[in-house]
Every structure is written in structure tokens, then in C-alpha cells.
Design a protein around this ligand. Structure first.
Ligand code: NAD
Length: 513
């Protein structure tokens, strides 16, 4: 496949050939080859302010369009994603380094969430509530919030925006998207698709302004764009996906102005493997969880808490499976693992492995030697790595999220020990248990079980469906997006009481005057 299949999606005044890049441009590199793909001009603070003003202005008319009509436009955007599924998937593969199947999978997630949002556009339900006063009616309704900010991480360069924007759009919000500095091209392509639909329709024809400003995009430095977005009182909600470090900063600034934030931050996800688990399923579930997206998913499996009676068999099974993993060009169908996003990510992996060794761990495959084996070739390639943790210990390195394909194997003697170790990390995103015992599964899903936002039985930690609410607890930030009732965060709740009597009774029976 060549770049020509998606080049039309990149037609945009900000995008130039890398050879024409100036100091005001950021070059987007292909992490598999180290070659530049294109350069994108960063916006100034003035341009940022202008986009927010336009998105605020168009909100005034967008919020008054009936929600099912907003849903009809989202339906058309979802259909446009279908048309561009392959080229968008290729672009994700090329810019983020995901293998093509996962790149296309991400676009499928965008299509799915658009479908979900279309249905939702007719289901923004409120409640009716019994009033204590005669001839009074109480209800709760949901109103659009305003222009929301979406900050996305590099590793889901299209789906995170879609999870937020498709829901926010049917809820009547407009939005400003600030993508990762490593994946601006996918952001431009997705925005182009949405704008093409918004330009060629007659459902939303505002008296003032451009319908495209419903889906605003900004790309710029932390100083000119990132920090101003956090501090901007014109933005009532910031939905931010990224590292815990970034989330702390967002929480501090957005909380400081008493606005809402939806935080989707790092994970440190574990699978508990009991002595009665189906080990074939364990190997398959762990392989996808630990090696998929080269360990660069927020839900990647980072820790295996394995019962002492099966730990050797599981370890050997995984070592065998890891030998089969094809590493290479993400656009080749036979590749199972692409590169890490940057050379800094490779360094982070190396540092974590040095620390693991210092803390007494044993590297069983991949490791620093694996990094060295790829060092002379172009691209940020590493090898998937398995690390054995000394029994009864929980090294500090295993309590952090290293965004790389490192799997730590722990040996545990029972579910008590497994749960203790499982929950003894700062992050709380995704978790799983493999067992055929309904008692073990039931306990894992009970209040004394997993403390994560996602808890699975007999499937791995990654690959969530869009129908459920997605997110995690503790340092993962507590946000929920995508399915279930996550839409409520994009709206403001309004409690309304109507008095249809000719009396003026007060609540709590208060007599006044
Ligand atoms: P990152 O924290 O480096 O960057 C994420 C985004 O935040 C980028 O757009 C970045 O430009 C922006 N950002 C950083 N500091 C900012 C500031 N001060 N003001 C405004 N914007 C700022 O994360 P990354 O390396 O792109 O992504 C990997 C991380 O994201 C991992 O920790 C992963 O677990 C997490 N992640 C979480 C989820 C989830 O849903 N929980 C999903 C995907 C990724």
C-alpha cells in the first residue's frame, strides 16, 4: 500500500511537504522507518482563540437543532468513516505504528461509536420525579454543555476523538480537538471527513458561522494551545486522555477554575491466572493483551499473577508464542508487532528493564538484548519481553506503567495473595481473571475483588467494546467515556419544577409571610 490511498484526506492548508517545513511546523515521522510523512503548521495562540470563539458562536445555533437531527449528521459522518475505512486505517498504521489490522480496528471503533450516538440522539432521557407539593410537576432534563475540549493521546489517534466527539455532537456540544504532537495527520484526516459531511448537507444551516466549527481542531505547542485550553473559561469540560502526569496537570488547572474534567489516564493492568484456568485461552488472551499495539495500549496486559501450580506451563507457553511474533512494517499483513512511537519510548523501555534487573527480576526473552538487536535498523523497534519477578516481591518498576511490551510474571499461591498484589498499584484501569471456578470469578467481581474500572472473566485486559462505559479508578482518573450512560458528562443536568396550581406552597411546608 502507498500513501496515495490517503493523501486526499490530508489536503489542508496546515499540511506541507516535509522539505517545506519551517520552525512553525511539526514533522510527523513514520515510527517504522524514521522517515518524515508530512509537516503540519502549529497554530498560534491567536488562532487558537479565534477557533474557540467560532466554536462558541456556532454552539448557540447547534444546541437548538433537535437532537435526532444532530444524530442524522453523525450518521452521515459514520458512513463517511465507512467509506474511508481502509485509508484511515493505513494512516493510523503509518503515523502511530499500529499494525494494519489494529489501525482498521480503530476506524471500526469510530464507526461503531457513531452508530451508538445516532441511537442515543433519540434517547437523551431524563426522569420525572414525584413532587411533595400539590399540583407541581418535577423533572430532570439534560441540556447541552457548550464547547468542550478534547485532548487525545498518540496511541488511539482517531478512536479517542470519535468516542468523545460523536457523543458530544448529538448532545448538542461543539468541540475543540487538540491531538498528540506525534499524530497530527490522523487528526487532520478525521476532521476533514467530518467537515466534508458538514459542508455538504442542508440540515444544519446556521444564520451565522460555519457548520464545520462544530468539529474544531487546533494543533500547537503546550504554551500557545495546550495550557491556554486548560485555563480557558469558555470551555466547560476538558476530556483528556494520556499519562497520569498529564492528567494531574489537567485536573489541577481545570479544577482550579471549577470546570469539569473527564480524565482517561494510564493503566497497569493485570491478569490473575488460577490453577483451574483454561491455559490455551490464557496464552491467546495474554498474547494479544501484552504484545498487541506493541504494549502501547492503556489496557495492555503488564502483569500476570499466576498460580504456582501453572506458572511454569504458562511461562513456557508464552515464550513459545512470543517466538512466533513477527516484528516489522505495520502495513504488512503478516506483522504482529510494529514499532514504539518514538526513540524516547525505546529509552523508557530500556530504563525500565535496567531497573527490573536491579530489583532482582530475571529477563526471559526480548529485553535489552532485544532492543540492541534492532538498534542498527531504521524505526523504533524492540522485542516483546517477559520478565520473571522473584516470588513474594513486588518491585517498584512493576508498579509503574512503562508504555512498551514488557510483561511481568508473578507467582502467587492463592486468590487472596493475587488480589492483594493486583490492587496494590496506583492505577486502576483494566483487569482480568482466568478461572473455571464460579467462586473465584464471583469474588474477583465482588467489592473485595478487582478495584479497576474494567473487570473481565476469561478474556484479557484489552480490546473493550464501545457499548460499555470505558475508564478507570485511582490514578487512571475516574473518567468514563464511550457507552452506557457516559453521555451524561457532556451535558448539564437541570432539575425543573412546574407549579400548575394557583397556590404558592413552599417546599418542606415552610410558611413565609
Ligand atoms: P501524554 O500524556 O504524553 O500526552 C497526551 C496528550 O496530552 C497529548 O495530546 C499531549 O500533547 C497533551 N498534553 C500533555 N501535557 C499537556 C498540558 N500541560 N496541557 C495540555 N495538553 C497536554 O500521553 P501519550 O504518550 O500521548 O499517551 C500514552 C498515555 O496515555 C499512556 O499513559 C496511556 O495509558 C494513556 N492512555 C489512556 C487511555 C485511557 O482511556 N485511559 C487511552 C489511551 C491512552
Amino acid at each position: 500500500m502507498t500513501t496515495t490511498t490517503f493523501s486526499s484526506l490530508l489536503e489542508h492548508p496546515w499540511v506541507v511537504d516535509p522539505s517545506d517545513a519551517t520552525d512553525s511546523h511539526t514533522i510527523s515521522y513514520n515510527p517504522a522507518t524514521g522517515e518524515p510523512i508530512a509537516a503540519v503548521r502549529r497554530q498560534t495562540n491567536e488562532e487558537y482563540n479565534d477557533q474557540v470563539a467560532r466554536s462558541n458562536a456556532i454552539f448557540k445555533e447547534w444546541r437548538m437543532l433537535p437532537a435526532p437531527k444532530r444524530g442524522e449528521l453523525v450518521r452521515r459522518i459514520g458512513n463517511a468513516f465507512r467509506e474511508y475505512e481502509r485509508p484511515l486505517g493505513e494512516l493510523v498504521a503509518m503515523e502511530a505504528g499500529k499494525i494494519i489490522a489494529e489501525g482498521i480496528g480503530e476506524v471500526v471503533e469510530c464507526i461503531d461509536i457513531a452508530d451508538f450516538a445516532v441511537g442515543l440522539s433519540r434517547q437523551l432521557y431524563g426522569l420525572t420525579i414525584a413532587s411533595e407539593r400539590p399540583r407541581h410537576a418535577m423533572m430532570e432534563q439534560w441540556q447541552p454543555l457548550g464547547t468542550i475540549g478534547i485532548i487525545s493521546a498518540f496511541n488511539f489517534p482517531v478512536a479517542v476523538w470519535a468516542w468523545n466527539s460523536m457523543l458530544a455532537a448529538v448532545c448538542g456540544d461543539t468541540m475543540i480537538w487538540k491531538p498528540s504532537s506525534t499524530t497530527p495527520l490522523t487528526a487532520i484526516a478525521m476532521t476533514n471527513v467530518a467537515h466534508e459531511v458538514m459542508r455538504n448537507q442542508d440540515i444544519f444551516t446556521p444564520e451565522h458561522g460555519d457548520p464545520c466549527d462544530v468539529f474544531g481542531l487546533v494543533f500547537g505547542s503546550r504554551e500557545e494551545v495546550g495550557e491556554p485550553l486548560l485555563a480557558d473559561r469558555r470551555i466547560p469540560l476538558i476530556s483528556a486522555t494520556g499519562s497520569c502526569k498529564m492528567g494531574r496537570r489537567v485536573g489541577e488547572v481545570v479544577g482550579g477554575r471549577l470546570a469539569k474534567s473527564l480524565l482517561e489516564l494510564g493503566g497497569n493492568n493485570a491478569i490473575i491466572i488460577m490453577d483451574d484456568a483454561d491455559l490455551d485461552m490464557v496464552i491467546r488472551g495474554t498474547l494479544f493483551g501484552a504484545v498487541g499495539t506493541a504494549g502501547q495500549r492503556c489496557t495492555s496486559t503488564r502483569r500476570l499473577l499466576c498460580h504456582e501450580s501453572v506458572v511454569d506451563e504458562v511461562t513456557n507457553g508464552l515464550l513459545k508464542a512470543y517466538e512466533q511474533v513477527q516484528i516489522g512494517n505495520p502495513l504488512d499483513d503478516s506483522t504482529l508487532m510494529g514499532p514504539l512511537i518514538t526513540e524516547y519510548a525505546v529509552e523508557d523501555m530500556r530504563n525500565a528493564l535496567v531497573q527490573a534487573k536491579e530489583e532482582g527480576c530475571e529477563i526471559l526473552c526480548g529485553g535489552i538484548e532485544g532492543i540492541e538487536r534492532w538498534a542498527d535498523r531504521p524505526g523504533n523497534f524492540v522485542e516483546p519481553t517477559i520478565v520473571k519477578v522473584p516470588r513474594g516481591t513486588q518491585p517498584e518498576v512493576t508498579k509503574d506503567e512503562t508504555f512498551a511490551p514488557i510483561l511481568y510474571i508473578f507467582t502467587i499461591s492463592d486468590l487472596d495473595e493475587a488480589l492483594e498484589m493486583h490492587n496494590n498499584v496506583d492505577q486502576g484501569l483494566s483487569s482480568a481473571i482466568f478461572t473455571n471456578s464460579m467462586r473465584s470469578a464471583g469474588r474477583f467481581l465482588s467489592p473485595e475483588g478487582s478495584d479497576c474500572g474494567i473487570a473481565n472473566v476469561n478474556i484479557g485486559t484489552s480490546g473493550a467494546e464501545i457499548g460499555g462505559a470505558f475508564g478507570g479508578e485511582k490514578d487512571t482518573g475516574g473518567g468514563r467515556e464511550s457507552g452506557s450512560d457516559s453521555w451524561k458528562v457532556y451535558m448539564r443536568r437541570q432539575t425543573c419544577t412546574t407549579n400548575w396550581s394557583d397556590e404558592m406552597p413552599l417546599a418542606q411546608g415552610i410558611e413565609f409571610g
